[in-house]
Design a protein around this ligand. Structure first.
Ligand SMILES: *[C@@H]1O[C@H](CO)[C@@H](O)[C@H](O)[C@H]1NC(C)=O
Ligand SMILES: *[C@@H]1O[C@H](CO)[C@@H](O)[C@H](O)[C@H]1NC(C)=O
Ligand SMILES: *[C@@H]1O[C@H](CO)[C@@H](O)[C@H](O)[C@H]1NC(C)=O
Ligand SMILES: [Zn+2]
Length: 483
């Protein structure tokens, strides 16, 4: 890599995805950070707290609905529904600001009053039941699917960390060598068309490419210590440039509330605080854009990368418990949980391992065994799109929601949160909100997969995108046509 780049910096925190990026890839130490505190919740308290959170969410949803309707529908006045894109008043061309709030599970927007996020929702277009992540529902695969419109096997980032089986090279969340990152991310598509892009953090954005050299001042090198306020200010400052120099595509990334979600699970008051703080950042952004007279001209797309679900030690499956059927040495295991990925040595039949593991898991003699099912990757449900890459290990295990896999029993007694599960679980969904000239006010659209976002953004910017896994007609169903 070019020498003017900083040394590898910390990486977004991710549950078993390493507090420290230098941890050996094949290590089976899945100790979460020491901040995980033991909890002694009984089933009953969990049940009641779930009941309570559900109840609160419903009440919150109803009160927001009431607020929304009472503020937009005045007696005797129908709300004005736009049917075509708004003409720009200040900016000379469309601009897209893509914001990611990591681990923003769908439904978090009802945890607390979030007036700024709700302003975007009420005056914009929302995926009514959330945005569907790609499988595996992890940070790096998902952010790069959003950026490229490709399912993970086609963009190459098949996990937050993995080994290339041919070279033996290890990918970690601080690997910026171009060889890992396939496909064409939005910042490159934009610059390829002679337009300007700016990235305030996004997995893959620091990687140099044919049409993207990660320019100083427009491509921030990842540093999780940069206060959120500074990130918002930098983005706002781009709008002070002469109008033809303002980047037409910008990214903005926040690590929260994923960070808190891993430590305390999705239902803790810590999450509520983190959500409120993200809302404040959105408020700061809106205010700054309004002061510059461009808020209504900018297309803001706010998303998350995946959801979050609570995990507790009671829901564990130990690979060593399978020993009577088959031994799984830890050095075959590339990832434990929630995506169990196993690469046995080439002389060993993967099909045989899968059969023996499933026999053990279904025998009724392995604790929680029926909550894990093993597959040869080519036998995984095709809706997961998780087969077409030599980087994906041959054996993949699918876990029931909330369960975890470990090598062997330990004394750990933590409850926290995780993601990475099957993207069909509702808890893995995140948010999609579009606000701006091309988005209808108050519109709800059905849930869709995040690989559609690439085409949505190239449509707004009027540029031709690279081939991808989104559908061509998708943009027509979400964006307003030009006037
Ligand atoms: C919603 O957008 C319209 C312009 O399309 C604007 O007049 C109105 O003030 C906005 N409402 C809010 C709550 O921002
Ligand atoms: C990361 O950001 C913090 C806060 O802005 C700063 O103090 C620190 O020097 C930065 N680290 C690097 C390696 O740039
Ligand atoms: C996804 O897109 C890539 C690039 O166009 C293509 O090679 C691949 O076949 C597509 N896969 C699916 C499942 O559509
Ligand atoms: Zn994430």
């Amino acid at each position: 890599m070019a020498s003017n780049q900083n040394p590898p910096t910390p990486i977004p925190q991710e549950e078993q995805d390493l507090p420290n990026s230098k941890t050996a890839l094949l290590s089976f130490n899945t100790d979460p950070p020491s901040t995980h505190k033991p909890t002694f919740k009984t089933n009953k308290t969990i049940f009641f707290s779930l009941l309570f959170t559900t109840f609160t969410a419903v009440i919150a949803a109803i009160s927001f609905a009431v607020l929304f309707f009472s503020s937009t529908v005045k007696p005797g006045h129908e709300p004005i529904i736009r049917t075509t894109a708004r003409t720009l008043t200040k900016l000379p061309h469309p601009i897209v600001l893509l914001i990611s709030s990591d681990g923003f599970r769908f439904g978090y927007q009802f945890k607390a009053p979030t007036p700024n996020i709700h302003r975007l929702i009420n005056n914009g277009t929302e995926a009514e039941l959330g945005l569907i992540s790609v499988f595996p529902t992890l940070t790096f695969p998902n952010h790069y699917s959003i950026a490229t419109g490709l399912y993970p096997p086609y963009h190459g980032i098949i996990n937050n960390r993995f080994v290339d089986p041919i070279t033996g090279d290890k990918f970690t969340m601080s690997s910026h060598e171009p060889k890992w990152w396939l496909g064409e991310p939005l910042w490159e598509t934009v610059t390829k068309h002679g337009k300007k892009a700016a990235t305030y953090f996004w997995p893959g954005s620091e990687v140099k490419r044919k049409f993207w050299d990660c320019p100083v001042d427009y491509c921030m090198l990842y540093n999780g210590s940069v206060p959120f306020e500074d990130r918002v200010n930098t983005v706002l400052n781009y709008f002070d440039l002469p109008s033809d120099e303002i980047p037409v595509f910008m990214t903005l990334y926040f690590e929260d509330p994923d960070h808190q979600g891993h430590q305390v699970g999705p239902d803790d008051p810590e999450i509520t605080k983190a959500v409120v703080r993200i809302d404040e950042m959105i408020g700061k952004l809106i205010k700054g854009l309004e002061e510059r007279g461009v808020f209504e001209d900018v297309n803001i797309i706010m998303v998350g990368d995946h959801g979050m679900v609570g995990t507790c030690d009671k829901k564990l499956i130990y690979l060593d418990d399978l020993a009577p059927w088959v031994e799984i040495p830890s050095d075959w295991v590339q990832n434990y949980t929630p995506l169990l990925a196993i690469r046995p040595p080439p002389e060993i039949s993967a099909a045989d391992i899968v059969a023996k593991m499933n026999e053990g898991l279904q025998s009724g003699k392995v604790e929680n065994g029926n909550n894990l099912k093993m597959y040869l990757k080519e036998d995984l449900p095709s809706r997961l799109h998780y087969v077409d890459s030599y980087r994906i290990p041959p054996i993949i295990g699918l876990l029931e929601e909330s369960f975890k896999v470990e090598q062997k029993k330990s004394n750990k007694m933590e409850c926290g949160g995780a993601h990475g599960y099957d993207n069909a679980f509702f808890s893995m969904r995140t948010i999609f909100i579009g606000h701006g000239p091309q988005f209808a006010e108050g519109r709800k659209v059905p849930s869709f997969e995040n690989v559609q976002i690439y085409n949505l953004i190239t449509s707004i910017l009027n540029i031709e995108g690279a081939p991808n896994n989104g559908t061509d007609s998708f943009s027509n169903s979400v964006l307003l046509p030009d006037a």
